[in-house]
Design a binder for this molecule. Sequence first.
Ligand code: ADP
Length: 381
Amino acid sequence: MALLALFVGVVGTLAFQWSDRSLHGPALGGTGSEDDVAAVLAAQPATSVLLDADSRVLRASPDAYPLGLVRGDRLSPVALELIERARGDGGTVATEIALARAQGPELVFDARATPLSRSRVLLLAQDRTAAKRLEEVRRDFVANVSHELKTPVGALSLLAETVHDAAGDPEAVRRFTARMTIEARRLADLVQEIIVLSRVQAPDVSLAVEDVELDQVIAEAVDRVAVDAREQGTEITIGGVSGLHVRGDRSLLTMAVRNLLDNALRYSPPAAPISVVTKAAHGSRATGGNPVGTVSIAVIDQGAGIHSADVARIFERFFRGDPARSRDTGGTGLGLSIVKHVAANHGGDVRVWSKVGRGSTFTLRLPESAVDPAPNTRGER
Ligand code: ADP
């Protein structure tokens, strides 16, 4: 694959050089300003292709080849159409063009074709594929968020009407206002998770990076779910290697572990044990506090497990294996998506092993920072 990329790059460069010779030769008539033209084209960010009167490529910036805009001395058919339109109109034509690829999604360009003297045409194409994908993801996110917010807001407004109608029945009022409190909490959780997710999924996320002790992160995460665990009669045990450190954002890491624990509780029957086990990859110890090796935090439950068809989708935003169960237990469908982004922001990842009826293990892996020279193995506590 790398060789192919190299080959394409070399072909592109040679073609550019060949075209460059054409540019300095008879093709442009040697006016002396070609160097400036070439410099201007090279300095601007768009991919440029100069075509002769027969729509053959006279000159192209090197990236035109790997992007598939140019093959040999020919422009791709969809770009050629634009050239013909510009010739027909006698002026600049701008449009969006999409290039299909053998593998992967199509490439999208903002393209402009401008007729020049002697029937030549200049094509400038700006690759907008990544920006477009980001726009789609944003639009999708906003649509999902609006849909998800409607459920608790609708429930609250219905309950308010019901309370109003039951004003003379104190028992009914008590019952419905208790439901309102639950819906209001759900709404608050959802809004909070949406805020966190939009922060951690931003491409330029800024983390409050510091040295973080995993023991503290785990203790705090366990503490935050302690009330729910007690209610469920579930014991959470902590085991593995203590004294491990990472560099990162303590509150985000705590939230990631807490989300995994929330899920382990949510999708386990009462009193089914849950454990959190920390490990360091072999040979990962180093001096100087630089990131080395990998540390992992596994949250292990013996709950419902996940259908193999769902496993690939559980880290997607708003995906829920069983929407009714997730909602009933206060799930938002955002928990794992947040975990995935927090892991990625810290240069790590999250993996899952699961079997229906047996349980699930979610493993958060992070680059280790070797601050504590003597980590020790602890028993479960
Ligand atoms: P939710 O708020 O619905 O829990 P998540 O993003 O945290 O959203 O999880 C997505 C889905 O993954 C859940 O709806 C559930 O189907 C599945 N899931 C997550 N964790 C577990 C687990 N520990 N055991 C079983 N299923 C799980």
